[in-house]
Design a protein around this ligand. Structure first.
Ligand code: NAP
Ligand code: GFB
Length: 322
């Protein structure tokens, strides 16, 4: 990372600091407790980043030397199916405000967040970082996907025009404590954890949407947080980098559901509602570029990660985002 300021501190602003990934970052930063870094985790209550003036006021207050840009309108397949326009507009506004304000304030480095679901739907596998703009994304989330792709375009434009050091990470599906557990809008693992909790409490069946056949590479939020901190301090490129578990770690939705059932010790009936969409069948991504930089990075074993996530939800049911 760029050398610390004269007072010896780098000031790191995390937009989206109250969310799933932001909370994992907060935990990792606290564990490290580096004396040459000061972290600020912003929620939407600190500034609505769709508003340029509020964005500027937040940057004025925090005075960041570095920004980890996580803030976004985020959701699972079924929320994306319903709100493609909102996902596009809100995220385009947030991203332009954060990048332009970072430029105006002379921020040394910005790490923004794309997603493996933004790649072309018709593609060869495994997907890699060079393929982002090679064709239209899956129809279910085209609004979110195009807004995210523009971060990569803007990063390259800021670098070409001003020499800015703005880069991006491309995480695969993330899960962990402090997720969004809303039954309609959430991603699959938090949705299944919440549904399993209700089924166990009420003695009703657990309904899994779709066929359970689609394939995903799930990354634990704690692991992603460690990789984001590495990206901020040591990743030298403007081009984005996929942060995902290995291709061999790809599992089906059914596998993930069975891990949640085991972790929650649910003994009731499990039903598949195949009238609900499966969404993208697969989006298998290569983490070869990450492995070139960090060949020995150890991902948390997924059953352990899902167990920790379930335990967190059960313990924090009253305060979890539902
Ligand atoms: P999340 O739990 O939904 O958190 C979203 C964060 O963004 C929250 O802190 C939220 O603040 C903030 N936010 C939303 N709208 C805002 C606005 N208008 N102004 C200011 N802040 C706003 O999302 P997440 O899963 O942590 O996602 C973090 C990043 O990772 C996102 O960029 C997402 O696209 C990316 N990503 C996520 C996944 C995944 O599976 N979760 C996969 C790939 C990439 P409040 O809490 O105050 O609302
Ligand atoms: O995490 P998810 O909602 O999004 O997973 P994607 C959807 C898959 O899980 C589909 C099945 O195959 C669903 O049929 N599924 C089963 C469920 N039960 C449930 C449930 O209770 N809730 C949910 N949500 N799914 C998203 C993109 O795609 O990936 C977003 O739409 C984002 O933009 C995210 O990038 C990372 O993995 O299909």
């Amino acid at each position: 990372m760029a050398k610390s300021l004269s007072n010896g501190k780098n000031i790191i602003l995390v937009t989206g600091g109250s969310g799933l990934v932001g909370q994992a970052l907060k935990k990792m930063a606290a564990e490290e407790n580096r004396q040459d870094e000061e972290w600020f985790f912003a929620a939407s209550s600190d500034a609505d980043l769709t508003d340029r003036d509020q964005t500027r006021k937040l940057f004025e207050k925090v005075g960041p030397t570095h920004v980890i840009h996580l803030a976004a309108m985020v959701g699972g397949l079924f929320k994306n199916l319903k709100y493609n326009l909102d996902f596009y507009r809100k995220n385009i506004l947030i991203n332009d405000n954060v990048l332009q304000t970072s430029h105006e304030r002379g921020v040394k480095k910005v790490v923004s967040c794309l997603s493996t679901c933004i790649f072309p739907d018709k593609t060869t596998y495994p997907i890699n970082e060079t393929m982002i703009h090679d064709g239209p994304p899956h129809s279910s989330n085209f609004g979110y996907a195009y807004a995210k792709r523009m971060i990569d375009v803007q990063n390259r434009a800021y670098n070409q025009q001003y020499g800015s050091n703005f880069t991006a990470i491309i995480p695969t599906n993330v899960f962990g404590p402090h997720d969004n557990y809303n039954l309609e809008d959430s991603h699959v693992i938090p949705g299944l954890i919440h549904k399993c909790y209700i089924a166990k409490r009420d003695g009703t069946p657990l309904t899994i949407w779709g066929t359970g056949k689609p394939l995903r590479q799930f990354i634990y939020s704690d692991d992603l947080a460690r990789l984001i901190i590495w990206t901020l301090r040591d990743y030298p490129e403007i081009d984005p980098i996929i942060l995902s578990v290995d291709e061999q770690a790809e599992i089906s939705i059914k596998d993930a559901a069975e891990m949640v059932v085991a972790a929650m010790d649910f003994k009731g009936q499990v039903i598949y509602d195949s009238t609900k969409s499966d969404g993208q069948f697969k989006k298998t991504a290569s983490n070869d570029k990450l492995r070139k930089y960090l060949p020995n990075f150890q991902f948390t074993q997924i059953e352990k990660a899902i167990k920790e996530s379930c335990d967190w939800f059960v313990k924090n049911y009253d305060v979890a985002r539902k």
